[in-house]
Design a protein around this ligand. Structure first.
Ligand code: SF4
Ligand code: SF4
Length: 400
């Protein structure tokens, strides 16, 4: 028995050392056990060990007990806990991610997540699509979308399109719309096409650090062949990876989310918005654009520039926004979340949009439209709610 307790202690100590290696990881020792993290967590009530209990277990030298429960996979890496922690402990990127890495190492991974991770490794994207089809959406665009390999000259903006924006049929509609906006603004841009690989940010948050580094390395090799002024992306996880994670791997490029890029070009964009969208619009802040990286105003400025739009706020907004349930591997854990808690976070959000009187739910993340559109079919009173990416709304307004 003493041997078992010693083994548990030494496992906990080695895990604590890994946490201490993370930026600001030493703050974990300053935990007040106030429980704010767990109380704020949208799925904390379903977890056997929500964040504050995980820290208590760490202190008690019994972290293996935490890892013997699979409810950590309910965590959608939404940053809500880290954001409210008075001790500024890196909970999302630190505690939760390291614990998930341990779960992956132990092979304790839900089947659907394992499948997405294997597809990421094999095909360079979690959907299992052929890498050669990465730019297949261009055929749907019906406009010229330059590919860097064919362009063979420097461009102002390299558009990193991302996994879902490239491959998912619903997300592709927003991708095509953004291409049209870039074209209308005469932006000098190019895409990597088949040379682009998953940014790997969600795989990292789902506990697959090694896979993340492998994917980042592939992107670094592709990017190093070309000259460009900056990276622009519509994918908040790609944005987060280029902004916060890739620099640690010596991959550093100036990067903007497309809403930042367009808001900075609003003087040129506004005269093109000749049509009206007479509607009440609620904007959903994606976790990795808003809470994780502080981009709140630019998407709203774009929406307010559309003639006829009346912007309203949902109950949870900006820093307190509710997660759509897709971040940090959540998009690969639909079945698990439903089985464990009978919850679909996207339905909570759609209910809030209905309560706010919105006719349109506006988005700035390619993961969200399919999920929210599904939710409009199941949430009472949401049947008429229209789900649109901001780029799609801009094109509608440009078309008059
Ligand atoms: S919010 Fe921070 S200080 Fe409070 S219990 Fe959670 S981790 Fe500890
Ligand atoms: S990151 Fe979000 S889902 Fe995960 S523990 Fe924190 S609040 Fe909960």
């Amino acid at each position: 028995m003493a041997v078992a307790i010693d083994a548990e202690r030494s496992f906990t100590e080695s895990l604590e050392h890994r946490l201490l290696d993370i930026e600001n990881g030493e703050r974990i020792r300053a935990c007040l056990q106030c429980g704010l993290c767990s109380g704020t967590c949208p799925v904390g009530y379903l977890m056997d060990f929500p964040p504050h209990k995980m820290i208590a277990a760490l202190r008690a030298g019994m972290f293996e007990e935490v890892l013997s429960h699979d409810s950590i996979w309910l965590c959608v890496s939404c940053h809500a806990c880290a954001d409210v922690c008075p001790a500024q402990i890196p909970l999302t990127d630190g505690l939760m991610t390291v614990a998930k890495e341990e779960m992956v190492l132990a092979g304790n991974t839900p089947v659907e997540l394992q499948d997405a991770l294997e597809k990421s490794q094999r095909y360079g994207n979690p959907l299992g699509e052929s890498p050669r089809r990465r730019a297949a959406w261009v055929e749907k665009a019906g406009i010229d979308v330059p590919v860097m390999r064919e362009l063979r000259r420097p461009v102002e903006a390299l558009w990193f399109v991302g996994d879902y924006a490239s491959h998912h049929p619903r997300a592709q509609l927003a991708t095509v719309a953004l291409a049209k906006v870039f074209r209308a603004l005469d932006v000098d841009f190019g895409i990597l096409g088949a040379e682009e690989t998953s940014d790997g940010d969600s795989q990292r948050l789902a506990g697959e650090r090694g896979l993340f580094e492998m994917l980042a390395d592939k992107n670094a090799k592709a990017l190093s062949q070309y000259e460009f002024g900056e990276i622009v992306t519509a994918d908040p996880h790609a944005y987060n990876a280029f902004l916060n994670e890739y620099p640690g791997l010596d991959i550093a490029y100036p990067t903007r989310h497309y809403t930042q890029f367009l808001a900075d070009n609003l003087d040129r964009l506004r005269p093109l918005l000749t049509g009206r969208i007479d509607a009440t619009v609620a904007y959903h802040d994606p976790c990795y654009l808003g809470r994780a990286n502080g981009v709140y105003e630019q998407p709203r400025r774009l929406l307010e520039a559309i003639p006829g739009v009346t912007l309203v706020e949902m109950r949870h907004t900006r820093q307190a926004s509710l997660c759509c349930g897709r971040g940090g591997g959540g998009m690969w854990l639909d079945g698990f979340l439903w089985e464990k808690g009978r919850v679909r976070p996207s339905e909570w959000r759609v209910s809030e949009a209905v309560d706010a009187g919105a006719e349109i739910l506006a988005l700035a993340c390619p993961y969200e439209a399919p999920r929210f559109e599904d939710a409009t079919k199941t949430v009472a009173g949401a049947g008429d709610l229209i789900v649109r990416d901001i780029a799609e709304l801009l094109v509608e307004a440009m078309d008059g």
